[in-house]
Ligand binder design. Structure first.
Ligand code: HDD
Length: 711
C-alpha cells in the first residue's frame, strides 16, 4: 500500500521529474527510437563488431560510468521520504519558520546508515547508525546530520581522518569489512581516552538495533537557536521512536548478516509499503546562553550528553516516514547532507567537531557527486527556487536567463536582491569571539570518564553483560597484547569490575595507565594538566537504559508461523487475525515454499521455507497446532531445522508459542525451557494464550532470563 502524502512539495517536485516507461518505445539518450537492442552491429552474421555502432557505444559507455564513489563513511544506508509536523511552537527560542508555525508540514527525507562498512556490507554490523534528516523547509533546506548515539569518539574534527583510518579495514589486506573488531581500531581507541564515553555506547546494544524504526536519533552537538529578538539559546536535538528502542542479540546480528544482510533496509521498506509508517517524536533540550557554564562538563564538548534528568527533552513535533524512494540511486545514494545547511533561527556553536564538519561535508560531495552543482540533483533541490549568480560547472541544470551574473548590477535591475533579516535573510549570530590563536584542547574538555561511568551505571544487568561480552568479543580479535592491556586499563577508569572481567577473558592484567594523553600537546605545562574531573550532577539516568523503553506495542513485529501439511488451519487463522489486528506481520514458514493443505482442507501459502530463513529474522514464533503437522516437522528431513529455529529463538530470549498437538516438538526443544518459569514460552496448558503471546512480543525479549535460557 503506497501513500503519496498530499501537499508534499518535495515528492510533488520529484514526481514532476520522474519518468515512466509504460507503453513507451526504447530510445537512445538522444531520443532516437531503437529498433534492435539484442544484437551489436557486425560485419556479417559472424563478423567483427563495427566501430560505427553508436547505439552499442552509448549504452556501454553509460554502463562503464554507472558507479560513483561511495561515501567515505556511512556508505551503507537506506532512506525514505516523510513529513515533519510541529505540535508546539518554539517561537520563544527560534525564528525558524518550520519550528514556529504549527500549521506547517515540512517534507523530509531521512537516510539511515552504518559507518564503517562499504556500500554492499551487512546492515547488522556492530556500529554507530547515521540518522541524517533533510528538512525541505520553505526557507531552504535544513540538514540535521545526526547519529543514533548522542556523543562522538573524538572532540576535535582534526582527528576524524585518524579515527576513520583506524576503523576502516586495515590497509594492507582490507580486512575486516564493516567491523571494529581489529587491531588498528582498538590501537587508536586505547590511546584516545576521550573516546571512552562513546565506546560505552558503541559496545552497548544500541549498536545492533532491531530496526532503523526502533532507534533514537541525536544531533550530538550543542547548536544554537536564535529568536526574533536575536537572543540565542543552546539546543540539543532528539528523535524518539514511537515503537521504543530495541536491539537484537549479537549472536542474532551475526546470523542475520548471513541470512539477510539487507535486514534493516528490507524492514524499513516493508514497513512503509505495508502502511506501518515509522514515527519519531522530535524533541529539544534548550539551555539559555547565560547558563552555558552551569554544567559539570563543557556544552561544546561532543563527548558529553546533557542528562535528561538535568534538562528534560521537550517534545515539540513528530516525524513520519510515509513514502519509499522510487529509485534508490537517484534519491538515497545521491542525497547530500551537510550540517552547514541551516535556516534563519538555527546557528552553530563553537564545538570543534562541529566546526570541522562544516568544512568536510561540501568538500566530500564535490568528489562524490562530481560537481559544485550537486544541489541541482532532484533529491537535493530545495523546494524554493534558487536565485543567485553562481554559474556553470559540470552538469549544470538550471538555465539562467540574461547577461547578468554578478552583484551589484544595474543591468539586471539589481536582481537578485539581498534579503533583509525581516525578509528571511540569513545573518550569523553575532557572538563575540576573541582570544589568542592556539592549537590546544580546552581544559574544560579533560574529563573523559565521568559520563562513561554514568552510562555504564545506568544500564540494567543484562545490558551490562552484553556490553562486557561485546568488549570481550572485540578485544579478543585484537592480536597485539599491549593494545588489549591498554584497553582494560582504560576500562578500569570506568568500572573496575567490568575491567577485571574483560581482562580475565583476555588473559591480561589491569595495570595503572602510563601513557601519553594524545589530546594534550607534548610541550604543555604539567602544572596545568591536573584532572578537571568533577562529580557529575547525576550518577544514574533512566533514559540511558533501553530497559526503560516503550514496550506496549507489537505493531510491525514479525511473527513466524512454522507449519506443515495437516496443521490446524482454523487455529492458525484465528491467531493470525488477532496478531494482525494489533499490527503484527505474520509470515508462514513451511517445510518448503509449496502450498500447505491444512487439516480442514484450507490452503496456506508459505513465504519462506525452513532453509530460506531463520528464527533470527523474526520477533516471535508460533509452532502451529496440529498433530499431523507436528509429525512432518519432526521427520528426519525437518527435525533438526525446526529444533534449530526454536532453540535459537529461545536462546535469543524471544517468545515461542507452542500450539495444541506440538508436544513432540516442545519436548525435544532445549530442556531448560521446561525447567524455568518463563512468561514468553506459551504452551497449551496456559490460560489466555494469545494475550500472553501478545504481551511477550510487546516486551520484545526476556533479557532478564538470558542466563537461565542459555544455561
Ligand atoms: Fe559525518 C557522513 C553523522 C562527525 C565527515 N556523517 C555522515 C553521515 C552521518 C554523519 C549521519 C551520513 C549522511 C548521509 O546519510 O549521507 N558525522 C556524523 C555525526 C558526527 C559526525 C553525528 C559527529 C557528531 N563527520 C564527522 C566529522 C567529520 C565528518 C567530525 C569530518 C570532519 N561525515 C563526514 C563526511 C561524510 C559524513 C566525510 C561522508 C559522506 C558525506 O559526508 O556526505 O563528510
Amino acid at each position: 500500500m503506497k501513500d503519496f502524502t498530499p501537499n508534499n512539495k518535495k515528492t510533488d517536485q520529484l514526481d514532476q521529474l520522474s519518468v515512466s516507461n509504460e507503453n513507451e518505445k526504447l530510445t537512445t539518450n538522444q531520443g532516437l527510437k531503437i529498433n534492435n537492442d539484442q544484437d551489436s552491429l557486425t560485419a556479417g552474421d559472424r563478423g567483427p563488431t563495427l566501430m560505427e555502432d553508436f547505439i552499442f557505444r552509448e549504452k556501454m559507455t553509460h554502463f562503464d560510468h554507472e558507479r560513483i564513489p561511495e561515501r567515505v563513511v556511512h556508505a551503507r544506508g537506506s532512506g525514505a521520504h516523510g513529513v515533519f509536523k510541529l505540535t508546539k511552537s518554539l517561537s520563544k527560542y527560534t525564528k525558524a519558520k518550520f519550528l514556529t508555525d504549527t500549521e506547517k508540514e515540512t517534507p523530509v527525507f531521512i537516510r539511515f546508515s552504518t559507518v564503517a562498512g562499504n556500500r554492499g556490507s551487512t546492515d547488522l554490523a556492530r556500529d554507530v547508525r547515521g540518522f541524517a534528516v533533510k528538512f525541505y523547509t520553505d526557507e531552504g533546506n535544513y540538514d540535521l546530520v545526526a547519529n543514533n548515539i548522542p556523543v562522538f569518539f573524538i572532540q576535535d574534527a582534526i582527528k576524524f581522518p585518524d579515527l576513520v583510518h583506524a576503523l576502516k579495514p586495515e590497509p594492507d589486506n582490507e580486512i575486516p569489512q564493516a567491523a571494529s573488531a581489529h587491531d588498528t581500531f582498538w590501537d587508536f581507541i586505547s590511546l584516545v581516552p576521550e573516546s571512552m564515553h562513546m565506546i560505552m555506547w558503541v559496545m552497548s546494544d544500541r549498536s545492533i538495533p532491531r530496526s532503523y524504526r526502533m532507534m533514537e536519533g541525536f544531533g550530538v552537538h550543542s547548536f544554537r537557536f536564535i529568536n526574533d529578538e536575536g537572543k540565542a539559546h543552546f539546543v540539543k536535538f532528539h528523535f524518539k521512536p514511537r515503537l521504543g528502542v530495541h536491539s537484537v542479540a549479537w549472536d542474532e546480528a551475526q546470523k542475520i548478516s548471513g541470512l539477510d544482510p539487507d535486514f534493516h533496509r528490507r524492514d524499513l521498506w516493508e514497513a512503509i509499503e505495508n502502511g506501518q509508517y515509522p514515527e519519531w517524536d522530535f524533541g529539544v533540550q534548550v539551555i539559555p546562553e547565560e547558563d552555558e557554564d552551569q554544567f559539570d562538563f563543557d556544552l561544546l564538548d561532543p563527548t558529553k550528553i546533557i542528562p535528561e534528568e538535568v534538562v528534560p527533552v521537550e517534545l515539540v513535533g513528530t516525524i513520519t516516514l510515509n513514502k519509499n524512494p522510487d529509485n534508490f540511486f537517484c534519491e538515497t545514494e545521491q542525497i547530500a547532507f551537510h550540517p552547514g545547511h541551516v535556516v534563519p533561527g538555527i546557528d552553530f556553536s563553537n564545538d570543534p567537531l562541529l566546526q570541522g564538519r562544516l568544512f568536510s561535508y561540501t568538500d566530500t560531495q564535490l568528489i562524490r557527486l562530481g560537481s559544485p552543482n550537486f544541489h541541482e540533483i532532484p533529491i537535493n533541490r530545495s523546494v524554493k527556487t534558487v536565485h543567485n549568480n553562481q554559474r556553470e560547472g559540470y552538469m549544470r541544470q538550471q538555465i539562467d536567463k540574461g547577461k547578468v551574473s554578478y552583484h551589484p548590477n544595474s543591468m539586471g535591475g539589481g536582481c537578485p536582491f539581498q534579503a533583509m533579516m525581516s525578509e528571511g535573510g540569513f545573518a550569523s549570530h553575532q557572538e563575540t569571539v576573541s582570544g589568542p590563536k592556539v592549537r590546544r584542547r580546552s581544559r574544560s574538555f579533560v574529563d573523559h570518564y565521568s559520563q562513561a561511568k554514568l552510562f555504564y551505571n545506568s544500564q540494567s544487568e543484562p545490558e551490562k553483560m552484553h556490553l562486557q561480552n561485546a568488549l570481550v568479543f572485540e578485544l579478543s580479535k585484537v592480536t597485539i597484547p599491549a593494545i588489549r592491556e591498554r584497553m582494560v586499563s582504560q576500562l578500569a577508569y570506568v568500572d573496575q569490575v567490568l575491567a577485571a572481567n574483560v581482562a580475565q577473558k583476555l588473559g591480561v592484567e589491569v595495570q595503572a595507565l602510563d601513557m601519553p594523553n594524545q589530546s594534550i600537546p607534548a610541550d604543555a605545562d604539567p602544572a596545568t594538566l591536573q584532572s578537571e574531573e568533577r562529580e557529575p550532577e547525576t550518577q544514574y539516568s533512566e533514559a540511558l537504559s533501553m530497559m526503560n523503553t516503550i514496550k506496549n506495542t507489537i505493531s510491525s513485529r514479525k511473527v513466524g508461523f512454522i507449519m506443515a501439511n495437516g496443521a490446524d488451519g482454523a487455529a492458525a487463522k484465528e491467531l493470525m487475525i488477532t496478531l494482525e489486528g494489533k499490527g503484527a506481520v505474520v509470515e508462514i514458514i513451511g517445510t518448503s515454499v509449496a502450498p500447505i493443505t491444512a487439516h480442514d482442507g484450507s490452503v496456506l501459502v508459505p513465504k519462506h521455507s525452513l532453509t530460506t530463513t531463520g528464527s533470527v529474522c523474526f520477533d516471535a514464533l508460533y509452532i502451529c497446532a496440529g498433530e499431523q503437522s507436528t509429525l512432518q516437522l519432526m521427520n528426519a528431513e525437518n527435525k533438526h531445522l525446526v529444533l534449530s529455529f526454536i532453540n535459537d529463538a529461545y536462546k535469543h530470549c524471544k517468545s515461542i508459542y507452542f500450539g495444541e498437538g506440538t508436544e513432540a516438538i516442545y519436548n525435544l526443544s532445549n530442556p531448560s525451557m521446561r525447567q524455568h518459569e518463563d512468561p514468553a514460552i506459551i504452551t497449551p496448558e496456559d490460560a489466555d494464550q494469545a494475550t500472553k503471546f501478545i504481551n511477550a512480543i510487546a516486551n520484545h525479549r526476556v533479557w532478564d532470563l538470558e542466563l537461565e535460557r542459555n544455561s
